[in-house]
Each structure stands twice: as C-alpha cells, then as structure tokens.
Design a protein around this ligand. Sequence first.
Ligand code: AGP
Length: 570
Amino acid sequence: MCGIVGMVFKNPFSARDALTSLKRLEYRGYDSFGIADSNGRIQKFVGEIDETKAGDRLVNTTITHTRWATHGNVTEANAHPHTDCTGSIAIVHNGIISNFSEIREEMKAEGHRFASETDSELIAHFFEGKNIADSIPPFFAKFKGEYAVLLIKKGEDAIYAFKRGSPLVLGIAQDGYVLASDIYAFSDRTGNAVFFNEDEFAVVGKNGYEFYKVNGKLEPSEKQVTAFKWMAEETKKDYEHYMMKEIKEIPEASRRLLDSLEAEQRESVESIVSLVRNAKRIVFVASGSSYHASLLGIQFLRRAGVEAHAIVASEFKNFTLIDENTLVVAVSQSGETMDVIEALHGIKARGVKIASLVNVPYSTVQRMSHSHINICAGQEVAVAATKTFVNQVLAMAYIASLLGYAMDMRSVTGVFNSVFAQEARIKDVAKTLATARDIYVLGRGFSYPVAREIALKLKEITYIHAEGMMAGELKHGTLSLIEQGTPVICLAPKGDNDIMSTAHEVAGRGANVIMFSDEARGGIKIDSTGKVSFSVMAAMAGQLLTYYIAREKGLPIDKPRNLAKSVTVK
Ligand code: AGP
C-alpha cells in the first residue's frame, strides 16, 4: 500500500508544499518517496518523507508518492515516480499489477528499457508516445490487478488520473485541485471532494476536470461533489509519539462516539439494528485489530440472542454461509483495507446486505455499504490501532445493547481514566519485559479477543514474538513452551476462577505471571465494573504496556518496520 498525491493549481506553488501534502499520507507507507513536476524534474529518495529535500522551486503541477514496497526492494531506483524511456511521461501508482511479468517481457521485446524492478514502471512505458486519453481503454483491457494512477506529461499542466481497485479521490480546493489516495491529503485545504468509482478516468487541469467511465471506450460521466467533515489534524502536542496521544484520547473519543450514536448517527444506528433484526445470520469481516474487535462484537450479539460469526477478511472467500439472509458487517478503521474490500466485492449482487463500521469518512468500505456507522475516533496516525479499536468495540456493544444485551455504555466509558492511574506501574512492568524473547497472553470469554489484540500490539510495536490465546487451550500443547521466566500475561476479570487455575499451572512451571486483574497481586490493576469495561480497560493497559516496552527498546513506535497504517494491497 502506498500514498499518492497530485496537485495542479492556477498559481505556482513550491515543490516543498507538494511533499507536505504527501506527508499527510505517510501512514500508508514510508519506505521511500518521490516527486515529479510538469517541468520534467524528478526526485526520488529512500526513507521517510523529508519535505525539505524537494527544495522551494515553483511548480504548477506535481505528482508525489510515498511507498510501501511490494515488487522490488527499497531502493532509489524502485521509488516512484517512474518514467517511460523518453522521460517525458511520469507516473505514480498505488496497487499491484498482477500480470506484470508477461507485460514486462512483451515490453522488453519491443525495446523498452526499465530502470527499476517494479510493476508500476510498466504503466509509464505503456503510454510512451501515445495519446493518453485514447490509450486508457486499451490500458484497462491489458493491465490486471489494482491501480490508482496519476500520470503527467512534460510541459503540460494537467494530471491524468485513473482507478481500478485502489482508492482515489479528487479534492476541490480554492485555486486548484488535489488528487489523492484518501481525503486526508487535502482535508486541511478543502471539505469538498469527488470520489472515483471503479474503472473511472479523469483529466484534471488548472481550470477544471472531466470524468469518464472506462467501458471499452471513454463515456463522459457526471460526478457529484461531496462535502465532508474531517477533524483538522492535530500535532502530537506535547506527546513524544502519536501512539501515546491516541491512547490518552480514548476517554474523549469514546464519549464523542456515544454522543454521536445517540444523536446525529441515530438514524444509521436504527438502520443497522433493523438490518440485524431482518437477517438470519450476521458475519463480521475484518483484519488485524478490527478482527479482534469483531471477535468481541460476536460475543455481544450472541448475548442479545443474535447468531454471529467473525471471519478474517483474507479468508472470507472460503466462508460459504453467505446468502440473501446474511448481513455482512465490515469493520475497518481506514475503510481502505484491500482484504476487506475484496471480501465485499460481488456479494451485493447475491442479495447480501452490507453494513460497515469505519473511521475515515467516505472511505471505500463505507461507500460499498448499505448502511454505516462512523466510529468518531478522529484521525489515528500511529500504525498501531488504539483508540479506534476501543471505539469499534464500543460501537458494537452499543448496537448489541439496543438488541437486548443488557449493559450500560456510559458506566463502561466512565472508568477508562482509571487505567491511566496504573501508568507508572505499567512502565515498571514494561522494563522487565523489554528483553523478553516470547510473551504469552491468555484470556477467556470476553478477554480472549483482548489477549489476541495485546499480542498483536506486542508483535507490531515491540518486535517481540507474542501469542494471544484461549487460556483453556494452553494445556493442550502450548504449555510445553513455558520455561523458567517465560512472561505470561493473564487477563483475569472479577470472578473468573478458571483463568486463576491457568495462572497456577504456568506459575508451577516457572513462568513470570503478570496478572491483569481487579486486585493488583503484583500485576496491573484493572478497576472495572463489568466484563465489557474489563475487556476495554485490559486492552488499554496492554496498549500502554506495549508502548513502554517499545520505548524502552528505543523503537520507532509510530512507524514500525515493514508495516503501514492502511493495507491497500492483497
Ligand atoms: C493494528 O494495530 C494494525 N495496524 C493492523 O492489524 C490493522 O488493525 C489492520 O491492518 C486493519 O486495518 P483497518 O482497521 O484499517 O481495516
């Protein structure tokens, strides 16, 4: 997954400004970056975006790219933009060309010379010496896979933009236009956007734009301008990392969500509750932390008497119980996770209803849904999902409470601050775990999804191998891995005696047992009022623990290696 931004303005702007806009999409990938302008200048760099590197030359049209490497190593040559043999066409691309090997061989035979190992470079060579618009239908016919592409020609102040599979949106600013992977690239400039649909092409110039449907030929298409609201990005304020800022925002973000669900999103909530009531089966589809939130969601719904399943998005095609009696609930903070989008493709045609819980407004997943709820967490910059995970869980609990699951949402959110009272203790525990090789996190019932979520946080932020699992399963094999000093985190809500016997089992084999429970007992105190609040508070404590371990290890907390915030490739 990568981030692309194109800018074309009536008045010249500095190349540095172009990279500043690109930096707002850095969470989509940060291996390398580059910029091309309509004067034919191209600059490419390995590493995170440094806007100063572009210098302050004045330009009218730019395309920029921040990369998360798929085809080809992280090198300057593989950084975008890429050009054709003549250097007069430059492109940036987000997505994957699935038939790139055969196309590359064909082009080589035609005499094209390639400067990179990437699939993306083939796109520039395809348009070499051709009329761009005339060549769009043949391009869509030839190139398989996903792509959002911005193309410029030397000496021309226009951007050619086309999309299949990967997200692309046009921002309508005061004196020009911004094309980008998502609205966040330009939400500081405008609240008006035009969203690309599948197989669409647009020519965007200084004075206007034209959209076309690509259907074997170009068919002009009328497009609606959508007004959107998105919170202005705040800086890290006085926090050292976005991850800590976003954890500390949880109490405020959860209140904002509940206020919204009871007021401006009430209609959406009622629509989703009605979809649940009319469905025979509810199937959550999600990835990563959103999947772990969904594992809690199915527990809440089952306690309201609703049959529910949670399927990992990348495995969804193997799940067969999908028909007109099914409601699929897509859970995705970015709303751009390709595994989730792929899962949703084609199911509407089978009569399946789609609801979604998203954080980024007007994201692709939202626009594929019959009904959606925004989880109102505000922008989450750190790769690690923290406040968005909590708000996803609360949104699902809220819907379940309207379907009969008796729980008091306000009492749940009212206790979150007590986790922060444990911060010094959590920091001390983190110091003892910084050198761990493996960490096990055990939970039962509502705490099992939290065990998996804490293990994921540990892996992605501290680079320590961690396993989150059902406590009852440990004795069926994994117990053999417990040695003297192995750290085992046990999530022990009030009254869960079974987890206590598991804790004794591992302690008896020399494990370093760390209890998350209502009594400190040398571990971390979770002062909860019930199962839902325990789950959320244990997750928050796990987020803080992960943060402090990674900080102790001096790791890049907001941008961990190999990862990106929005996984827009399969
Ligand atoms: C969570 O900390 C990770 N960043 C990752 O697992 C993430 O939850 C997953 O990629 C799903 O993202 P989404 O919610 O935007 O779909």
